[in-house]
Ligand binder design. Structure first.
Ligand SMILES: Nc1ncnc2c1ncn2[C@@H]1O[C@H](COP(=O)(O)OP(=O)(O)OP(=O)(O)O)[C@@H](O)[C@H]1O
Ligand SMILES: [Mg+2]
Length: 360
């Protein structure tokens, strides 16, 4: 494939907003893990890692998923990639119901859905040079002739900054950042439509993180990729995301345009999370007031009744203790799962503004 075919140097593809036809449409997605028994004859405990999540992702868009360790971010990514099978809900990709796809169909679709994760450098084969490994992916998927595969691998490696001599090196001859670039080249040479990036730079030195993230953004523009970008690094997320989903104990509690969320998070958990980032300010310089939550996140094995945040939330009422709030759209377009989102002190969308319909 030529550089032109790869889209290098071609016109940037606009990011469609969330209103564009969805590339990925997730509805009511759940994943329960059944754990080993605590006692010989006791019941097997169930853990709801992902609980009734719905979202859309448009072609070329980046949706970030943020939240504390163990809230279910990677499980969402693994479900989308069919590395885990869901306990409930549906996933439509490019109009196709992936739950109904058999193994043969999944092998065909696998090319369109790629994963870049924190430790993916460890998945590089130490015995093969980088260019061979990038070409190998094409061979596995039966793409092109051997000569074309070599040319496609070379063009892709050039695009990630590993052209010429570097392409013929073995993984151990590369730095950590270069290895992650090689992993990115291996995923993107297949021309996927969606890449799940699960903490893609968390294992890299801070100085290299920005380079790799900028590379991911450039490649997104050139190839029109959609990213499901999983990270607990909010500064990074602010730099890359179009929209952000804030996750708590297996559920999305707020989904908003990136800048709107960082300027004024509406859900108490989002306020706590974003208020704790030292640099979290709106473009107008307004500081997001920090909100302290009491205690630690509860065990997903034994979630509280009602709103999962209620034991820690300073605004919790009896309603929060008894009824679980649905994710609903507020007047400014964001979705929030909080009974009192409009009435909280400093609320971004006040009670005088019509709240809205439930998210489908
Ligand atoms: N295979 C599994 N079997 C049992 N429980 C699991 C399994 N995988 C994940 N879990 C549990 O599901 C919950 C969500 O895990 P997940 O890895 O999705 O969280 P995460 O948000 O990606 O966390 P981190 O930020 O640490 O990567 C956790 O309580 C975890 O212990
Ligand atoms: Mg994870």
């Amino acid at each position: 494939m030529s550089a032109v075919r790869l889209g290098l140097g071609g016109p940037a593809i606009d990011h469609p907003g969330s209103t564009a036809a969805a590339l990925l449409q997730v509805r009511g997605l759940s994943k329960r893990f059944t754990l080993p028994r605590d006692t010989l004859f006791g019941p097997r405990p169930e853990l709801a890692a992902v609980d009734d999540i719905s979202f859309d992702l448009a072609a070329g868009e980046t949706l970030a998923v943020v939240g504390e360790s163990g809230c279910g971010k990677s499980t969402v990514g693994n479900l989308v990639l069919n590395l885990l099978s869901p306990s409930g809900g549906s996933i439509r990709f490019d109009g196709e119901d992936l739950a109904a796809a058999d193994d043969a169909r999944w092998r065909e679709r696998r090319r369109d859905l790629q994963l870049i994760f924190q430790d993916s450098r460890s998945a590089l084969d130490p015995r093969l040079t980088i260019d061979c490994q990038v070409a190998e992916g094409l061979e596995i998927h039966g793409v092109a002739t051997a000569a074309d595969r070599a040319a496609m691998a070379a063009a892709m490696l050039e695009a990630v900054g590993l052209g010429g001599d570097l392409a013929r090196r073995y993984p151990h001859e590369l730095s950590g950042g270069q290895q992650q670039r090689a992993v990115i080249a291996r995923a993107l040479v297949l021309e996927p439509k969606l890449v799940v990036c699960d903490e893609p730079v968390a294992a890299l030195d801070v100085s290299v993180q920005a380079q790799v993230v900028n590379l991911l953004r450039d490649l997104q523009r050139n190839f029109g990729l959609a990213y499901l970008f999983i990270s607990h690094d909010l500064s990074l997320v602010r730099h890359v995301a179009d929209r952000v989903a804030v996750m708590y104990l297996g559920r999305f509690v707020e989904v908003a345009e990136c800048e709107a969320l960082f300027a004024a998070p509406a859900h108490p958990y989002a306020r706590a999370l974003i208020g704790a980032v030292p640099a979290a300010r709106s473009r107008h310089g307004r500081r997001v007031p920090p909100l302290r939550l009491e205690g630690e996140p509860p065990s997903p094995l034994n979630p509280p009744s009602g709103c999962a945040l209620n034991p820690r939330c300073p605004f919790a009422t009896d309603l929060c203790r008894s009824d679980r709030p649905a994710l609903r759209r507020l007047a400014d377009g964001r979705s929030v799962a909080c009974h009192h989102a409009e009435a909280l002190p400093g609320a971004v969308v006040g009670p005088d503004i019509q709240p809205a319909r439930a998210v489908s």
